[in-house]
Write a protein that binds this ligand. Structure first.
Ligand code: F6P
Length: 559
């Protein structure tokens, strides 16, 4: 039996002595700075660097001392992060509001391992679907699978939204260098017709395979796009029977997939214990397996598993997700940070910040604890970012000289997928990129004082504008190369950072009730946008603002 009763009233973590001790530790920073901390301890970088899997992570440029770190580790202990982690890995129903296990870690268990949850060997189920995906991907990639008119498939279109889109889109871009079979992917997610129209203009249905990805197979955007895509294919290929050769589905809902008209033999299953935002390594990643191949996908899964093993076994003080999770709690709850920036110095990883936005903000944007009581402290942060160096020419000014505290995660790679020499022959473009990567965290941490600026003969009235305050925290994640395995490690790292923070805050990182009301109200509003008769006050009034907006919309639409 893995089912767990809902959590009883829990301790408010902010009433514990461990929380108070961390709060008191803020004073340790009052009379010091990163400049001074580095000057005082030549070994600081070494003390605050972790090697986990293929990642070299330097968190020495964070606003911490060894004594602060010790207090944060005590807080993790008090919140029983390790115990809660073990419950997740074991398949307990830690998603109490939906009475579900949370087992994305089972998606990457190596073949042959067993994990019985609620009487079911979930590892065996996972490997059965992976085998089905591999066989299918090989048929498509080899040209054995033909379209309705006998053409090879050269384009895959993923239709999904949220967790059924952001992961595949991000991974597909990140693994560009591994896509050697001549199959490209396109994605449609938004119910804005512009998204669908732009993709339709680019594809030839005769050589396109559509993967409809939806855990529930009820999501308005996905079903609307899928039906429109299907109509287009039938019209272009002349025949309903084309659907069988051009549409497959990824879902937990076989009945709804069949209702749509897809043969369930062409459905790739996953399970309710995989949250949408934790699903890119399930069958939801099928488009990525089609473009990058089953071997790359296996490597990708192995990367996740390596990070899972690190998280499950490394001692707390060497445990990267625990350390990075604690840093987030430190900044958010004790130093007042409201956002975290993630800056990949990798164009291939340009969708990683968008992917992390759902992972972190849908998971941690909660204001009640697992026991239903209001939280008494900030939870979650706004996560955002763009690749470097582009971000440097956009928002870095605020990071360097603005008034807000924004911790930054820099992610970079020692080796590029391919390199180009600079025109003067002096070096590689990748080295140029990475010189910026190293410079930015250095400038954020150490800045430049007014005295240093005046010493360069800068006029006194200009000097204050040029002062770089420094003492701005960042973590640097350096990996040898953006391989499928390293990508899996990075994703799992952030999944577990989210877990650690939720465990400390005592919130449920695996439900998302906050997205429901807006969906429902859109359904209620739609008739008033489309009906011939204008909504009349009284029977159909919403609120003053919405009524006026609807009237303006209807007038602009000529209704
Ligand atoms: O609206 C939020 C959400 O439920 C996400 O959690 C999920 O990833 C997304 O919608 C898509 O859901 P589905 O895969 O069921 O279409």
């Amino acid at each position: 039996m893995n089912a767990q009763p809902p959590a009883a009233a829990a301790t408010d973590i902010s009433t514990t002595p461990e929380w108070d001790a961390v709060g008191d530790a803020v004073a340790e920073l009052a009379d010091t700075s990163l400049r001074e901390l580095f000057a005082a301890d030549g070994g600081r970088a070494g003390k605050f660097t972790i090697h986990a899997c293929d990642l070299h992570v330097d968190f020495s440029k964070n606003l911490i001392t060894e004594s602060i770190a010790t207090k944060l580790f005590a807080l993790a202990k008090r919140a029983d992060v390790a115990g809660k982690r073990d419950e997740m890995f074991a398949g307990r129903h830690i998603n109490t509001t939906e009475d579900r296990a949370v087992l994305h870690t089972a998606l990457r268990l190596p073949r042959g391992e067993e994990l019985s949850v609620d009487g079911q060997d979930v590892a065996a189920d996972v490997h059965a679907v992976l085998a089905q995906m591999r066989t299918f991907a090989e048929r498509v990639r080899s040209g054995e699978w033909k379209g309705h008119t006998g053409r090879d498939i050269d384009t895959v279109v993923g239709i999904g939204i949220g967790g059924s889109d952001l992961g595949p889109v991000m991974v597909d871009k990140a693994l560009r260098a591994y896509q050697t079979a001549g199959i490209r992917a396109r994605y449609v997610s938004n119910v804005d017709p512009a998204d669908l129209t732009a993709v339709l203009a680019e594809i030839d249905p005769a050589s396109t395979l559509v993967v409809i990805a939806s855990k529930t197979f009820t999501t308005q955007e996905t079903l609307t796009n899928a039906h429109a895509m299907r109509r287009h294919f039938v019209a272009e290929l002349g025949d309903e029977s084309a659907v069988a050769k051009h549409f497959v589905a990824v879902s937990t809902a076989a009945d709804k997939v069949a209702e749509f008209g897809i043969d369930t033999n062409h459905m790739f299953e996953f399970w309710d214990w995989v949250g949408g935002r934790y699903s890119v390594d399930s069958a939801i990643g099928l488009t990525c397996m089609l473009t990058a191949g089953p071997e790359a996908f296996d490597e990708f899964l192995a990367g996740f598993h390596a990070m899972d093993t690190h998280f499950a076994t490394a001692p707390t003080r060497e445990n990267l997700p625990i350390i990075m999770g604690l840093l987030g709690v430190w900044y958010s709850d004790f130093l007042g940070a409201q956002s975290t920036a993630v800056i990949p110095y990798s164009e291939d990883l340009s969708r990683f910040p968008a992917y992390l936005q759902q992972l972190t903000m849908e998971s941690l944007g909660k204001s009640v604890r697992l026991d239903g009581a209001d939280v008494a402290y900030p939870t979650g942060q706004v996560w955002w970012g763009e690749p470097g160096t582009n971000g440097q020419h956009a928002f870095f000014q605020l990071l360097h000289q603005g008034t807000q505290l924004v911790p930054v995660d820099f992610i970079g790679f020692a080796n590029p997928a391919e390199d180009v020499q600079t025109s003067d022959g002096s070096g590689s473009m990748h080295d140029l990129l990475m010189s910026n990567f190293f410079a930015q965290s250095r400038v954020l941490a150490f800045g430049k004082t007014e005295d240093e600026i005046l010493a360069e003969d800068v006029p006194a009235d200009l000097a204050p504008h040029k002062v770089m305050p420094g003492n701005r925290p960042s973590t640097t994640v350096l990996a040898p190369r953006l391989t499928p395995g390293v990508l899996g490690q990075l994703i799992a790292l952030y999944e577990h950072i989210v877990f650690v923070q939720a465990a400390i805050w005592g919130i449920n990182a695996f439900d998302q009730w906050g997205v429901e009301l807006g969906k429902k109200q859109a359904g209620q509003l739609l008739p008033y946008l489309t009906s011939d008769a204008a909504p009349t006050k009284g029977a159909a009034a919403f609120d003053g603002s919405t009524d006026a907006l609807l009237a303006a919309y209807r007038s602009a639409r000529g209704r």
